[in-house]
Design a protein around this ligand. Structure first.
Ligand code: C5P
Length: 288
């Protein structure tokens, strides 16, 4: 019986734009995504029989069939057409849930990668990414990692020049934002400010961290309630005071992150935020 353990990196949105609502209820998006060093640890161990179990070290997260890691394993076996193997999947969670950081999606992505390694090493990336899209909108990016443009529901990926090396401080405020509810608040034609994707691409190509930071924007910030917006502003203020080049919300929030040139400033910002918030992290970009 084999067992494989891998890290599952969180993602950040350097930009998030919503282009249109689709007839299938989803939205067409245009996002610049970045994998970061804050990660969960995923272990997939073979067991006797055919049962797949999922255990996490957090009581507020679903185990078993309701976990995206279970769904990923189920889709893998059904798609590749091999008999199901018994698996015990264990998730050591560090990425906060409901935080706009793809914490569930990245676990699902790593389960797919581990199962390919164990049972179908010849399976091309394109096929794995198709399976990933069936698991969830953010899962293909989590399979791919690095820096990428994500379009469609988030599953159409184009690699981008890497985010220049930097330090990132992240803070998740204590309120939750439901992704479907937040999408429901958006009226695309009423959005006032949109990210300039071409300018972001140029900034990445030039390896200019300051210019990248200057282009960061997430349209979901426009549809926050006044009290949500105030809290996001407060966190941004702390990050900027401590030297962040810029700070924005990631995904459907509510986590806010700032980019820093220097480790010391990123750590000082984290210490300041820890006085008020329990979920504060520092990280760096990662490239697999
Ligand atoms: O695909 P996933 O399960 O991650 O999406 C969660 C929900 O977020 C969807 O049910 C949908 O309401 C919303 N969503 C959307 N457009 C996207 C991605 C997600 O409207 N591109």
């Amino acid at each position: 019986m084999r067992s494989v353990t891998r890290e599952a990196p969180a993602k950040l949105n350097l930009t998030l734009d919503i282009l249109r609502r689709r007839p299938d209820g989803y939205h067409d998006l245009r996002m610049v995504m970045q994998a970061i060093s804050l990660s969960d640890t995923v272990t997939v161990a073979e067991t006797a029989g055919e049962e797949i179990t999922v255990r996490t070290d957090r009581t507020d997260l679903p185990g078993g069939r309701d976990n995206i890691a279970w769904k990923a394993a189920d889709i893998f076996f059904r798609t590749v057409g091999i008999p199901r193997h018994g698996l015990a999947i264990t998730l050591k969670k560090r990425i906060p849930a409901q935080a706009g950081m793809a914490g569930g999606s990245t676990d699902g992505a790593v389960v797919l990668k581990i199962l390919r390694e164990l049972y179908r090493p010849e399976l091309p990336d394109t096929v794995l990414e198709e399976m990933a899209a069936a698991v969830g909108s953010d899962v293909p990016f989590c399979v791919r990692g690095g820096t990428a443009l994500a379009e469609g529901r988030g599953e159409i990926l184009t690699p981008l020049p890497p985010l220049p090396d930097c330090w990132i401080t992240l803070c998740k405020p204590d309120f939750g934002l439901s992704t479907p509810a937040l999408f429901g608040r958006v009226q695309v034609e009423k959005l006032l400010r949109r990210p300039d994707y071409e300018a972001m691409e140029r900034a990445l190509a030039a390896g200019d961290l300051g210019a990248v930071a200057g282009q960061m924007w997430n349209v979901f910030e426009e549809v926050l309630t006044p009290s949500e917006a105030e809290e996001i502003r407060w966190i941004k203020g702390k990050l900027l005071t401590h030297g962040a080049l810029n700070a924005v919300m990631t995904g459907s929030g509510p986590t806010v992150f700032g980019l820093f040139q220097k480790e010391a400033a990123a750590c000082q910002a984290a210490e300041a935020l820890k006085k008020r918030y329990s979920q504060v992290f520092t990280a760096r970009p990662v490239f697999s």
